[in-house]
Design a protein around this ligand. Structure first.
Ligand code: NAP
Length: 250
């Protein structure tokens, strides 16, 4: 069975690793090409856009893809919309594999906003020390709030460089521990954490650290979820794929 994994997330990496070990599947991982040094893929990998929903539909046909797993990051709204459209047009089964969003708990001081632009304005008029972990793609929104002192954590260096008078870049990839996050926020004298609701275990320690330090968290909400069946666990995705395999067997 030919499985296209739309990737760029930990979920896609996990699924690729699992399918690499199963000869019943012929998987291919698709990446947008945003990350400079993507982790080596254990399955065949293609890199770059398809050319919109039409291009993806044409790819699904030409490669005789049997199933699409949309395991893109929850903020990759365009790719998910294209996947729904292309899968509908070609009648290819599609499932979204996505981590649930983080939820605030007792002691959390979250304020939520629908966009990075709104989050930037919410930091306030007076300059504050901001720990900014919204990812490279969302940084331009913060150029409208140059009064703050930013510690920007990203995996790859921001390009172009942020047009901000006071910022430093910390290059790091999760997972992070609470202890390290608390230490970092103390050393940096962080006053507010600005992040987006990616979900997942790898980067949630910053939220626990902010809670333990009593810090405000400005959270960018997820876009509306894709209108397609959604699974949150690797095992349920594997069950879905095995069921399709058996239903397709002669
Ligand atoms: P996006 O806005 O939803 O997609 C923009 C375009 O990039 C798509 O229309 C498509 O181009 C191409 N694209 C996106 N994902 C692709 C994939 N897996 N394979 C091939 N082409 C892809 O996406 P984005 O927010 O820029 O994110 C780009 C990639 O980074 C995604 O794969 C996502 O999983 C990953 N990522 C995103 C975030 C985030 O916060 N947005 C965070 C971490 C990782 P065509 O129309 O030409 O096909």
């Amino acid at each position: 069975m030919r499985v296209l994994i739309l990737g760029g997330s930990n979920e896609a990496t996990q699924l690729a690793a699992r399918l690499a070990d199963d000869s019943a599947f012929q998987p291919v991982l698709s990446l947008a090409g945003r990350t400079r040094h993507p982790a080596p893929s254990p399955i065949p990998c293609r890199i770059g856009g398809f050319g919109g929903a039409i291009g993806l539909a044409s790819y699904l046909r030409s490669q005789a893809i049997d199933v699409v797993i949309d395991a893109t990051h929850p903020f990759a709204e365009q790719m998910s919309a294209n996947a729904i459209s292309a899968a509908g047009e070609t009648q290819t089964p599609l499932v979204v594999f996505s981590r649930p969003p983080w939820m605030p708990g007792p002691g959390d001081r979250w304020v939520e906003f629908v966009s990075a632009e709104a989050a930037a304005q919410a930091i306030g008029a007076t300059g504050r020390r901001v720990f900014l972990t919204v990812g490279r793609l969302q940084l331009p929104a913060f150029e409208t709030a140059p009064q703050h002192d930013y510690l920007i954590r990203t995996i790859d260096p921001p390009e172009p460089k942020p047009n901000l008078p006071r910022y430093r870049v910390l290059l790091a990839r999760g997972p992070f521990t609470i202890e390290d996050e608390v230490r970092l926020m103390r050393v940096e004298q962080t006053e507010v954490l600005v992040t987006k609701n990616s979900g997942g275990d790898s980067t949630r320690a910053k939220l626990d650290a902010a809670r333990s330090l009593g810090l405000e968290v400005i959270m960018v909400r997820r876009p509306p979820p894709p209108d397609a069946p959604t699974l949150h666990a690797l095992e349920t995705v594997m069950s879905f794929l095995r069921a399709r395999l058996h239903s397709a067997a002669p």
